[in-house]
Design a protein around this ligand. Structure first.
Ligand SMILES: Nc1ncnc2c1ncn2[C@@H]1O[C@H](COP(=O)(O)OP(=O)(O)OP(=O)(O)O)[C@@H](O)[C@H]1O
Ligand SMILES: [Mg+2]
Length: 475
């Protein structure tokens, strides 16, 4: 059973219960109202009859009394079965609804028996249930006669039944229309809830089957379903990004392993050959230098992977000692100097004021600055300039921090990717520049190490103009 059908069924069932409950209550209330109204009518009829007869009975005008009696019967039949008046001399005027001789004689006997007090009693006349209302006529405190009206109870029940049947019919019509509208509404509600969920289910099935290229259609709603759709769509995008990052990681890892290994392999063969061919010392030195560089590259790569594994397992420890950051920067810049000359780039440092000694893990901070400088070298073209600057306070973070920045005038990073470069395996992609491949781990390690020192690192960049990586460390 699908969600839409289930929702329709549950809501319709609920609606049916409500309609039955409401209809039952309306039915009971209406029945009560009808019965009350009919007994009020009975009372009014009797009062108007007494009123009509009263004057005529007082002056003993028998004809007028008879006219009033016959009028009440003719107007209110069949509800009024009979009406009459008997005076103190037992002279009576009476009219019955059916002009039935037997009934007339029975009635005559009954009217004579009537009590002189006002009363309302239930009796029967030839099998018909009657509610008989009796009232005395007093003239100057003397009882001069009695009025009597017999209301047909059967007729009253008939009227109640008729009213109930009309009402039941109306309730049925209204309930059916309400039920149909309710089912339509429930179905529509089911549709509005089930449709977006179906979209999301289909999309998640596709993703589970490995199709990450699907575009998740956004449900434009401001409720929880809209939020779910937005979150799901973001999640799908992130999965896709992670997948492409994984692909680029696999390709860069294999590149990072293969290229130094094949350089080592090739130059080893060349040097072995060179022993027989008597290679000059310069040729041998060049070969050995290339092997050395390839080994350094491999070691760096393996160290990066190991560092990252340690960071993931929260096992990277820092051993703080009082460190002279200035000498650290000078040392790193001097280390990169030969490479800069070789690549026709300029690297220098700017030391503003006296920098105090600070408590850091010197090896880790060296690794941080080395990673940043090596990136700056890597992503700067020929004749480019790299500057490492160290300041005793931070313009943004204040006196409690020293600030270091590594600036280059290289190819830069597109604005929307600047914050992403610290993510694991992330490699910037833009259509404009050919970027040397790496593993995308250098900046992740920088980020984690600065975090371990309770500092902050960030990047500012203009595509095509250059990049500045800045970090602050507490003093
Ligand atoms: N100074 C920079 N100028 C331009 N782009 C940079 C700079 N530094 C980093 N990037 C971009 O950020 C990405 C991530 O840098 P990161 O150092 O993490 O990885 P990598 O240099 O590619 O590989 P690895 O450092 O692990 O060998 C790089 O691929 C590069 O595209
Ligand atoms: Mg790097």
């Amino acid at each position: 059973m699908n969600l839409r059908f289930k929702l329709t069924l549950y809501i319709s069932f609920l609606l049916l219960l409500v309609i039955i409950g409401v209809s039952y209550n309306i039915f009971i209330a209406q029945k009560k109202f009808l019965t009350q109204q009919l007994s009020e009518n009975r009372e009014k009829t009797f009062k108007s009859f007494v009123f009509m007869c009263n004057e005529a009975a007082k002056v003993k005008d028998e004809l007028q009394v008879y006219n009033a009696v016959s009028l009440v019967v003719s107007i209110h039949k069949p509800s009024v079965a009979y009406a009459g008046y008997v005076n103190s001399n037992n002279i009576s005027s009476y009219v019955s609804r059916d002009n039935n001789k037997n009934i007339d004689s029975e009635f005559k006997r009954r009217i004579k028996q009537s009590s002189i007090d006002f009363s309302e009693k239930y009796t029967s006349l030839s099998g018909e249930k009657i509610c008989e209302t009796v009232a005395p006529l007093f003239v100057n405190g003397v009882n001069e006669g009695t009025f009597i009206v017999g209301f047909s109870q059967d007729e009253m029940q008939n009227q109640i039944n008729k009213g109930i049947s009309t009402m039941t019919h109306q309730i049925k019509v209204v309930a059916t229309v309400a039920m149909l509208l309710g089912i339509l509404l429930a179905n529509f509600l089911g549709y509005t809830f089930a449709k977006p969920l179906k979209l999301l289910t289909d999309a998640s099935e596709q993703i589970a089957n490995g199709n990450l290229d699907i575009e998740v259609k956004l449900v434009k709603r401001k409720d929880e379903i809209g939020k779910l759709s937005m979150t799901f769509s973001n999640m799908a995008k992130q999965i896709k990004e992670l997948d492409s990052m994984k692909d680029s990681f696999v390709s860069s890892v294999s590149h990072e392993l293969r290229s130094p290994l094949s350089a080592i392999d090739g130059y080893c063969d060349l040097l072995i050959d060179g022993v027989q061919k008597n290679f000059s010392k310069e040729q041998q030195l060049k070969g050995l230098q290339i092997i050395k560089q390839a080994t350094i590259r491999l070691t760096n790569f393996i160290n990066n992977i190991l560092d990252l594994a340690k960071i993931k397992a929260n096992k990277l420890e820092i051993k703080k000692t009082k460190t002279d950051m200035q000498s650290l920067v000078i040392e790193i810049v001097s280390l990169f100097q030969p490479l800069a000359i070789q690549q026709h780039k300029t690297i220098d440092y700017v030391l503003t004021d006296k920098i105090p000694l600070i408590e850091v893990d010197a090896e880790k901070i060296k690794q941080v600055i080395t990673n940043l400088v090596s990136n700056a070298m890597k992503f700067t073209k020929e004749n480019g300039r790299i500057t490492v600057k160290i300041m005793p306070t931070s313009p943004g973070y204040g006196d409690g921090y020293i600030e270091v920045f590594v600036q280059d005038d290289g190819i830069g990073i597109p604005k929307h990717q600047v914050d992403l470069v610290f993510e694991k395996f992330y490699q910037v992609q833009d259509g404009e520049f050919k970027r040397p491949k790496g593993t995308g781990l250098g900046l992740t390690i920088v980020f984690e190490m600065i975090k371990l020192h309770k500092g902050y690192v960030w990047a500012e960049s203009d595509l095509g103009k250059g990049t500045t990586f800045k970090f602050v460390l507490p003093k």
